[in-house]
Design a protein around this ligand. Structure first.
Ligand code: MN9
Length: 296
């Protein structure tokens, strides 16, 4: 087992992918966004996940995103690159690219769309992990991928030394705790920002979230309050965060975040790719009202 895995622990933005006026990935905005997040105190980055619009990008663009994100972060914090794809060969190509460009770890969503057997899914993870020498963090997100990896699946995945943890984007915290208990040295990142407090209370080593791009400081404070045993205050912080997230969900969290970061942080983010649509003026107003209320 890699003894250095503790450096991945903490609060990591699931990095948004900014576009320039022509709809191309913007290295300038990537630099500004990662600098801003580092300034807020994040512990690392998760690049090219759901929030990063991985499945709206071409493979070439995903490679470009990895390269530009690695250059932008420049070793200031650990970076986990999501390389998952339906085809094993595509995921391996991305994994090797990530390693070559300095990624600290890779992550992969389970292969989706086709009804693969659990055996095939396990082989997929083994093949990707074996193709590189950096660690793999499994991305379990049944709500979007349609594939649910169970405690038993993790027992098998963890037979591989370099599969060092999971990004558990699932509201079942019992399952998360059971997965953590298989091997307490391996890491569990919780993936739903609106329940960060509960995730941490149930033993998550960290959290990877989309809204950390905009307001990481709020989560850092929440964690601090929890660590000081100030649970009621930590819950107040979570409730405040959730007033914002619940406003964003009906309009599309990534779309809402891109609008808010562009307008409030002065970092041009562009829109989320089609078929997603930009916010309407009415949605912008609704979001502005709640962000103003909390001084975000
Ligand atoms: O990566 C994100 N998961 C999904 C994590 O988008 C499915 C979360 O950060 C959510 O966007 C967030 C709002 O539901 O918790």
């Amino acid at each position: 087992m890699n003894t250095d895995i503790n450096r991945f622990k903490g609060l990591l933005p699931a990095l948004l992918t900014p576009y320039d006026k022509n709809g191309k990935i913007s290295s300038d905005s990537l630099q500004k966004l990662t600098d801003y997040c580092v300034g807020e105190g994040v512990d690392g980055f998760y690049v090219g996940g759901s929030t990063g619009e991985a499945f709206l990008l071409s493979t070439e663009e995903r490679k470009q995103l990895i390269k530009l994100a690695m250059e932008a972060v420049a070793g200031k914090k650990p970076v986990i690159c999501q390389v998952g794809a339906v085809g094993t060969d595509i995921a391996i190509d991305l994994a090797q690219w990530a390693e070559k460009n300095g990624a600290d770890a890779i992550s992969a969503v389970a292969p989706f769309y086709y009804p693969f057997s659990k055996e095939q899914i396990l082989n997929h993870y083994t093949a990707i992990t074996d193709s590189v020498s950096i660690p793999m963090i499994v991305y379990n997100i049944p709500g979007l991928s349609g594939v649910s990896l169970s405690e038993d699946d993790f027992k098998r995945l963890y037979e591989h030394d370099r599969i060092i943890g999971v990004k558990h984007t699932h509201h079942n915290l019992y399952e998360m705790e059971r997965i953590k208990s298989i091997d307490p040295e391996r890491l569990v990142f919780f993936g739903f920002d609106e329940v960060t407090l509960a995730g941490v209370a149930m033993g998550a080593d960290g959290a990877i979230g989309s809204t950390f791009n905009l307001m990481a400081a709020q989560y850092i404070r929440l964690r601090e309050l929890f660590n000081q045993g100030k649970n009621a205050e930590a819950l107040e912080k979570q409730k405040m965060i959730n007033d914002i997230i619940s406003t964003m969900i009906p309009m599309g969290v990534f779309t809402a975040l891109k609008y808010a970061i562009t307008s409030r942080r002065g970092i041009p983010m562009g829109n989320v790719r089609a078929p997603f649509t930009p916010l309407s003026n009415e949605e912008k107003k609704t979001l502005d009202t709640v962000l103003d209320k909390y001084g975000i």
